[in-house]
Design a protein around this ligand. Structure first.
Ligand SMILES: [Zn+2]
Length: 535
């Protein structure tokens, strides 16, 4: 529940912050969200290894944590969000050799692809995107610190973390050192025990390399995140995120490195999102049953059982997928499931999401027709300022707003959030119908309608939904121009009909359909909207 009592829960901040609960993989339970620094959140998400164009699986984490950031900022925190770019790695070296290019050029090209996809999805709130190759000195310093403290050892030009020196090793993923096999392969002879992992790798002939106290080489993957998160967010920060498949070994190793060196906790909350899976079946997006049940003990099972999307049908480049689906459809698909559950992916679930969005967009056009105002340019308050919207107090809209906030306060349950927004849309449509607004304009009713639309704007903003007008985006014109043109076209069509020139009226309708626009004649006027996606 969202209470707003004036406590010093987050230190002696003058602003009272709401109570939010976050599921912590480390403790395996929901915990009250209390930050290291009062009022400020440091959040780190493991980013991509940029060796291939990104696919939809790479977009899940960014959409989820962008939403987490939006919601926390709306709730009064300041958030610094870091997503790293792994631009040196075995896969990059192999792929650049295959393409006959340099690792740096390949990384640059694939980073640009990744950023373009994030922008299309409305993921605009990342504050820093450090690249591993820009932090080599920092990484070497980190490894040196671990060697000096006795947690790591050099061996034939490599440096390994000695897991037997870390008594806590395995606590995130609930594994014992004995059960871990480590990387194995050709490095096994150089390690003290099989579960030890590489912090620094000796360079092979022809590979990118940097000088180090252990000879030329390059960093291991896990150490990058420990070094870069410390450099930007400090030794201790608040949220560390990533997909469930990163719990072991990546995050386990990050914890081992950082906590051994610093002697204190690295991140307070370890948040892991479910992986995207090829769909077998799916519930109706945004339906009343969208609230997911969240078994608490399924983390490992999920990670193991999941057919990761990257290994199945969804591996096509995300840009190709965007030729068939609007980016907003993908965002709705991701957020229609609670972030800890697996997301079912496929043309059918995407089609469900597209249809779900249309329910919102039909209301937006209805509102624009009645009020002359575009939903997309409404400016709602972007702070929750207590829980009561003054003008809506006591009515059904305010109850739905409270329900939405309660769901989001409960471990960012966007699934219940979106289902609640659907109820909100139904409520507003019912309100318009019951007050006969289509037949007779009334200043009071319109003003109440506008208040409700502002609440809808406020809540959809926290999810990063409906940020841009879809048709305008699609044809590359500004929304005002499109709106004016459509008014004109519809006026011409209705005049043709009035003059019984049905051939012209039908021609307009056919041509609009070819352009992907559907016209709907109603007793109270003509509505236009985008055609449904073919599914
Ligand atoms: Zn990482």
């Amino acid at each position: 529940m969202s209470t707003n009592e004036k406590t010093d829960r987050n230190g002696d901040t003058s602003q009272a912050l709401p109570k939010i609960e976050v599921y912590n993989t480390l403790s395996k339970r929901k915990e009250e969200f209390v930050t290291v620094q009062p009022g400020h959140v440091g959040m780190y998400l493991c980013g991509p290894t940029v060796y291939k164009p990104s696919h939809i699986g790479h977009m899940v984490g960014p959409v989820i944590f962008d939403t987490v950031k939006r919601y926390l900022e709306y709730s009064g925190w300041k958030v610094t969000w870091v997503v790293n770019i792994t631009d040196v790695d075995d896969k990059l070296i192999a792929e650049s050799a295959l393409r006959g290019t340099t690792m740096a050029k390949l990384a640059e090209e694939m980073t640009a692809d990744y950023l373009a996809n994030l922008a299309a999805l409305g993921v605009r709130s990342i504050d820093k995107m450090p690249k591993a190759t820009e932090h080599i000195d920092n990484i070497i310093g980190f490894v040196q610190g671990l060697v000096e403290k006795g947690f790591a050892y050099a061996s034939e030009g490599d440096v390994y973390f000695d897991v037997t020196k870390d008594s806590d090793y395995g606590r995130l993923s609930n594994r014992s050192v004995e059960s871990m096999q480590g990387e194995g392969g050709s490095t096994v002879d150089r390690k003290r025990s099989a579960a030890d992992f590489a912090l620094w790798k000796k360079a092979k002939q022809g590979e990118p390399m940097w000088e180090s106290p252990w000879g030329p080489g390059r960093p291991g993957w896990h150490i990058e995140c420990s070094a870069m998160s410390r450099a930007i967010l400090g030794e201790q920060f608040d949220i560390h995120g990533g997909g469930l498949d990163l719990v072991f070994p990546h995050h386990e190793n990050e914890i081992a490195q950082s906590e051994s060196l610093h002697g204190c906790c690295m991140a307070r909350y370890w948040m892991h999102n479910g992986l995207m899976q090829a769909a077998g079946t799916t519930g109706k997006v945004g339906g009343r049953s969208a609230a997911q049940s969240l078994p608490e003990a399924t983390l490992d099972a999920q990670a193991q059982a999941a057919t990761k999307i990257s290994k199945s049908t969804g591996a096509e480049p995300f840009k190709k997928l965007l030729e068939r689906h609007r980016p907003e459809t993908v965002r709705v698909l991701v957020l229609s499931t609670h972030y800890r559950s697996p997301i079912h992916f496929g043309e059918e679930p995407l089609g469900e999401s597209a249809r779900a969005m249309e329910a919102f967009e039909r209301l937006f056009s209805r509102y624009e027709r009645l009020s002359g105002k575009s939903f997309y340019v409404l400016t709602a308050k972007n702070r929750r300022d207590g829980d009561a919207a003054a003008n809506l107090a006591g009515n059904e809209a305010e109850l739905l707003r409270v329900k939405f906030l309660a769901a989001m306060d409960d471990d960012f349950n966007t699934a219940v959030g979106i289902a609640t927004l659907f109820d909100f849309v139904r409520l507003v449509n019912k309100y318009i119908d019951q007050h006969g607004l289509e037949k007779k304009s009334s200043a009071d009713v319109l003003s109440q309608l506008s208040e409700m639309m502002l609440v809808l704007r406020e809540l959809t903003d926290t999810l990063g939904l409906f940020l841009t007008e879809p048709i305008a985006t699609r044809i590359g014109a500004d929304e005002k121009t499109v709106s004016k043109l459509m008014e004109l076209v519809i006026e011409i069509r209705s005049r043709s009909r009035a003059a019984k020139d049905f051939a012209t009226a039908d021609l307009v309708r056919t041509k609009l359909a070819e352009a992907g626009i559907v016209v709907e004649d109603r007793a109270d006027g003509t509505l236009w909207s985008r055609k449904k996606e073919a599914t």
